[in-house]
Design a binder for this molecule. Sequence first.
Ligand SMILES: Cc1cc2nc3c(=O)[nH]c(=O)nc-3n(C[C@H](O)[C@H](O)[C@H](O)COP(=O)(O)OP(=O)(O)OC[C@H]3O[C@@H](n4cnc5c(N)ncnc54)[C@H](O)[C@@H]3O)c2cc1C
Length: 501
Amino acid sequence: MANSDEARRVRIKEMLIANVRHGARIPTVDDRQSWPPNPPHPLHDTKSAALPQKVDYAIIGSGIAGCSVAWNLLTESELKHTIAVFEARGLASGATGRSGGQVAALMTANEFADTIASRNILAADALNRFAGESYNRLVELVRNDPSATDYHFAPVKSVTNLVDPADVASVNQYAENFAKACAQWSYPGDLRTPDDSRSYYQFINSHGTTEQPGLVLLPYRLVTRLFERLLQKYPAQLSIDTHTPVQQVGYNSRLTSHKYTLMTSRGEVRANHVIHCTNGWTSCLLPHLAERIFPWRTTMAYHEFDYDPETSPGRVGRPQYIWQEVSRPRHDYIHNSVEMGKHSVTELGLTNQTLFKRVLVRSDNLDYQALMDHDDTRTPPGAGHHVSRVLRRVFTPWRFAGVEQPPQIWSGVCGYTADAKPICGQLSKKWTSRTGKGEWICAGCNGMGLATTWTLGELLAHRLLGRKEEFIVLPWSYSSDDGRLEMMNVNSFFEEWLPRV
Ligand SMILES: Cc1cc2nc3c(=O)[nH]c(=O)nc-3n(C[C@H](O)[C@H](O)[C@H](O)COP(=O)(O)OP(=O)(O)OC[C@H]3O[C@@H](n4cnc5c(N)ncnc54)[C@H](O)[C@@H]3O)c2cc1C
């Protein structure tokens, strides 16, 4: 029995690795029914009358990474650089347009503990510092924008319910370090006992909860609004071409400038620099990175239900929350499926004065093939029932309006990396197979990291502008350093993710 389970596990692992090696295809279908920007932004289908012939910077991808690079290149320099943004589908229609909008101020206590266990305290501190700085920069960006309320922007409390006793043990082990790391930011990072978290938050299955400040920030609105502001302010410098997939990148060293050629569905454009902000689809243009960054699907739903102030977690007058429940993934090698073990709920607030709660819920129970399917126009079968079941189980005291199926459900493709960290910086010939030094990447936040992605885009823009001083040190484990990329190993990634039976 054990042998056949192990054989199944190995088969699944090989199938997943083969999928990764196969690489992603360029996203083409823009089925707006499958995701909910309602109404879509007026720039959703924007195109320039004619593609620019030559630009200084060509940015591929219009999610939060591409937006941050464009924003910072334009707003941080007095020089009149030209920038072209290419998007295969509608504006911000990748992960950014489908996101659950949860932003935590720092790493969660369990992520911090995991990093110490797998690396060391210095690495955990560096990543926590990066998270804290990123959070502050994003808050500042949004607070300085008078139209910020359009973004569904709200400071909230971020609560993580720990279901595995092992997680609580490791959090406790490093609690003192975590408290110190949070104190540097004046953020309280609290750990509640199981009794407390059951009575206060009414989690049924809890071994403790961690708390810290956070944000609700729906990035589709942020990104589309920022692109709109850029186009208004820099009409002669910026072009944005949606429904214009880049199909290939070429390089000609004999040219004196603009040595890169981007072949798109609407013609060719030459550029001095190419910035890959293509996240889960990165390997379609950079096949040598296929084993380092790959598509990973996740599901999101919009749900509504009755809200009972007497029984609701935290009760009347409580702040708005974002919730996570974290446990290890539960694999079923016989039925070929996995329950991801991470559920998140973003409270969008009450509707008008009625006690009717609106939330975004992210949770996955899907077969392994669907996990790596980078067609985000399809939602895995049974996903709606799964989301409803999770909400009932985790938040029993919340009264659901008897809706089995959430009113809206959609799918999204994240960029996962073989060491679970993003990749930011210049790419060498090893990964581009071109001799030029003008290719860059900002991608791979592994299904989280909205604030981190913004800051990585900002750092990249500073490097592209030749700034010597950096406002924050880029952790090596986020860099595009050849040594780091070489060390990434997709076999180890799946070996760890798929435990032996
Ligand atoms: C359902 C879902 C829920 C999430 N919830 C959260 C959350 O609550 N909190 C959080 O922090 N993070 C969350 N994330 C993750 C977060 O949304 C992503 O980390 C972030 O949006 C990534 O931004 P990006 O710009 O790197 O990638 P994307 O937004 O995916 O942008 C990449 C873009 O590149 C385009 N593209 C690809 N190839 C080409 C090509 N060849 N030519 C032209 N264009 C191309 C794609 O169409 C796409 O628009 C979630 C992700 C998903 C999918």
